[in-house]
Design a protein around this ligand. Structure first.
Ligand SMILES: CCCCCCCC/C=C\CCCCCCCC(=O)SCCNC(=O)CCNC(=O)[C@H](O)C(C)(C)COP(=O)(O)OP(=O)(O)OC[C@H]1O[C@@H](n2cnc3c(N)ncnc32)[C@H](O)[C@@H]1OP(=O)(O)O
Ligand SMILES: Cc1cc2nc3c(=O)[nH]c(=O)nc-3n(C[C@H](O)[C@H](O)[C@H](O)COP(=O)(O)OP(=O)(O)OC[C@H]3O[C@@H](n4cnc5c(N)ncnc54)[C@H](O)[C@@H]3O)c2cc1C
Length: 621
């Protein structure tokens, strides 16, 4: 219950649906079969939403977790980007017109921004929307090869609507990127409308169940009313008006998804991988610890614990951080709706930073879980390849991770510069206004406060040094842009240190809030392990300015190792506490009943290569 809140009833409902609980095995399907199977599930999911009256976003999410285990369906871009953008950027009239249809799935939409030539650099996008006051239409056009829209999920075959990000031109003047609602396919025949060339971009690393697509506009007209007009308007005569608000509001959909990805992608993905690897390590027996004694569970090897328990601690940390990130998003978004935009830069920075930091850590962690399962980890039966290929997409989509860290660093540099000029920082960066002690207070007790303070020191120092280095580069004659580039490795490391501190702090606050002493003690051990591993893996950062000395580093190592033994008796319970159903894990190694070998054998017998097949038979005969 530490995790799920109200989720369980909806999961149980979903599991009762035959199609979701015991559908065909994903691993034995071709890409097209995977895609079709996902569409069948989407349609069934929509029927279930109506049957069970599922309207609330959170309720649907629990249901989706069972209906689409470890994959993104075409509902992801529809409910995660299309509908939120309509709601956030549309006028009241526009919301009334499109949101109810979208929520009832009468229209299916996606978010169409990235182009063949540009994804990261949004200001470099080339698709144009030119206003024609005579017809009161915007004419959408793809003027170059590189301007063809490329990647949007659901665009290839599924969606009949999309929000297209395009450069607004009125009377020859460029007003920058704006969102437009565009009908793409006929609601009767589902054929692309004349003037649009579109299709699927082909097989990918993962995301088999999503038809990421391309779209080329050939002077395609849409009504004036289809520009989302909450913040900017184009009047019939072509007059452009805008509220005196932050132009980055049109980037709102990206902030939303980045804020959600921390929990939905990084937190869930890593927690599932840990569940599989730790359960399997308690089943698998290999080699000898002591002569003529039974082979031990591999989880009893210290090296196995050293691989997996830090990842378990990380999974808890990312999960809690993801929950906190969602809370912050909704809080700041509410403030913005009431006209208070002061915290938008901080929200942008923390969501960019945490999205990058946690998806990178989770991606690396899931792969380590796979390696920790030996040969069977390499089999699709482990479920780990599918979890990995889908979760690692989070390092790229919604802002490539390095670029997101640099956005976070930009905010940190602004704040640090402000502090030097006497401004007081607040929120997630308030520590930059504190006096930071130069000596580490860590003792063998390893209180959570002293551990968090160590990360605070590291982050503050690295931010300070990145800022000073930037100033030195400029002082020695480089222009600001070159200085930024010459400092960018240092800047990304400072941003990572900031996010790492934030994650440790969130974990510490969760531990402090737990009332049950037994649970609190166990969570404290995990939090300590997370922090100690962070210190050891980045020990250079902590030693560099003499903050941590060699004796303390030795204590860190000793405590880390003793924690492994302390966590061992609770390890399986700690993954069971995530409460993933077998259907959600999709893994034979991670089965709750532990019946791994018998099911591996059954599964292998079902593989299509074992079926009689003429051509193979002829070739081999
Ligand atoms: C109902 C369900 C919900 C569930 C949720 C789902 C969970 C997910 C699960 C599974 C589904 C997932 C499926 C996959 C979906 C994938 C979708 C996509 O990928 S859509 C494409 C994304 N594309 C990018 O992200 C481009 C990245 N690039 C950018 O965002 C910009 O180009 C950026 C930020 C790199 C630079 O933008 P500049 O060039 O306009 O701005 P500059 O010049 O750098 O900065 C100017 C100022 O603006 C601020 N700024 C930039 N962006 C901001 C923002 N968004 N908000 C506020 N300020 C911002 C900066 O901090 C800077 O501030 P100062 O001047 O220093 O004060
Ligand atoms: C699975 C998946 C789903 C997607 N879904 C959608 C969708 O629904 N809608 C949509 O519009 N798009 C979507 N995208 C596109 C996605 O948002 C972009 O691919 C992403 O934003 C990265 O941009 P890019 O491809 O241009 O990468 P690039 O910018 O070309 O990145 C390549 C390399 O260049 C580096 N780099 C680029 N700029 C800088 C810089 N300023 N400083 C330092 N290094 C830099 C990066 O760090 C990276 O190492 C999706 C992508 C994927 C993989």
């Amino acid at each position: 219950m530490l995790f799920k809140g109200g989720g369980l009833p909806h999961e149980s409902l979903a599991l009762q649906e035959k199609l979701f609980g015991a559908g065909p095995d994903y691993n034995f399907m071709t890409r097209i079969e995977r895609f079709k199977n996902s569409l069948v599930r989407v349609q069934h999911f929509i029927r279930c939403c109506a049957r069970y009256n599922l309207h609330d976003h959170a309720d649907k999410k629990w249901f989706e977790g069972v209906a689409f285990p470890n994959e993104v369906s075409v509902l992801g871009p529809h409910s995660g980007m299309f509908i939120p953008t309509l709601k956030e950027q549309g006028s009241e009239e526009q919301i009334q017109k499109w949101v109810p249809q979208a929520e009832k799935h009468q229209i299916m939409g996606t978010y169409i921004q990235t182009e063949l030539g540009h994804g990261t650099f949004v200001r470099g996008l080339e698709t144009t929307a030119t206003y024609d006051p005579k017809t009161e239409e915007f004419i959408l056009n793809s003027p170059t090869l590189t301007s063809i829209k490329w990647w949007p999920g659901g665009l290839g075959r599924t969606c009949n609507f999309g929000i297209v990000m395009a450069l607004l031109y009125i009377d020859g003047k460029n007003y920058g990127m704006h969102p437009f609602v565009v009908q793409l396919r006929s609601l009767k025949t589902h054929e692309p409308l004349p003037g649009l060339t579109m299709g699927d971009i082909g097989p990918k690393f993962g995301f088999d169940t999503v038809d990421n697509g391309y779209l080329q506009f050939n002077h395609f007209g849409i009504p004036r009313e289809n520009m989302l007009m909450k913040y900017c308007q184009v009047l019939k005569n072509g007059t452009y008006t805008k509220q005196t608000r932050n132009p980055k509001f049109s980037y709102g959909a990206m902030i939303f998804v980045r804020s959600m990805v921390v929990y939905e992608v990084a937190g869930q993905g890593l927690a599932k991988a840990c569940t599989i690897a730790i359960r399997y390590s308690a089943i698998r027996r290999q080699s000898e610890l002591k002569k003529s004694r039974p082979e031990p569970q591999i989880l009893d090897y210290q090296t196995q614990q050293y691989k997996l328990f830090p990842l378990l601690a990380l999974a808890y940390a990312v999960w809690f951080t993801g929950v906190r990130m969602k809370e912050i998003y909704f809080m700041v978004n509410n403030e913005i709706k009431q006209g208070h935009t002061e915290r938008l830069p901080e929200l942008h920075a923390i969501s960019s930073g945490l999205k990058a930091f946690t998806t990178s850590m989770a991606s690396w962690g899931i792969e380590r879980c796979r390696l920790a399962c030996g040969g069977h980890g390499y089999s699709a039966a482990s479920g780990l390849p599918k979890i990995y290929v889908n979760a690692t997409g989070g390092c790229t989509y919604e802002g490539e991770n390095t670029v997101m860290l640099l956005q976070c660093a930009r905010f940190l540099m602004n704040i640090y510069g402000g502090v030097k000029n006497g401004r007081r920082p607040s929120g997630s960066v308030n520590y930059l206004g504190e006096r930071i002690s130069s000596r580490c207070t860590l003792t063998s007790e390893f209180t959570l406060k002293s551990l968090a303070d160590a990360f605070k020191h590291r982050a503050a120092r690295m931010i300070k040094e990145a800022s000073e280095r930037l100033n030195r580069l400029q002082a020695s004659g480089n222009d600001p842009e070159d200085s930024w580039n010459l400092n960018s490795v240092v800047l990304t490391k400072a941003a990572e240190a900031h996010c790492h501190y934030y994650m440790v702090l969130v974990f510490e606050s969760v531990v402090e809030s737990v009332e049950d002493n037994c649970v609190k003690d166990i969570l404290r051990q995990l939090c300590q392990l997370l922090a100690l591993c962070g210190i050891q893996e980045n020990s250079g950062d902590f030693i560099q300015d003499g903050f941590l000395n060699n004796d303390q580093l030795e204590l860190v190592k000793q405590k880390q190792l003793s924690l492994l033994s302390e966590i061992r008796p609770n390890a399986v319970l700690l993954v069971d506490a995530f409460e993933f159903h077998d259907v959600q894990l999709g893994s034979i190694l991670g089965r709750f009943d532990g019946n791994v070998y018998e099911n591996l054998f059954k599964w292998a017998k079902k593989t299509p290569l074992n079926k009689p097949e003429d051509l193979i038979h002829r070739l081999l005969r």
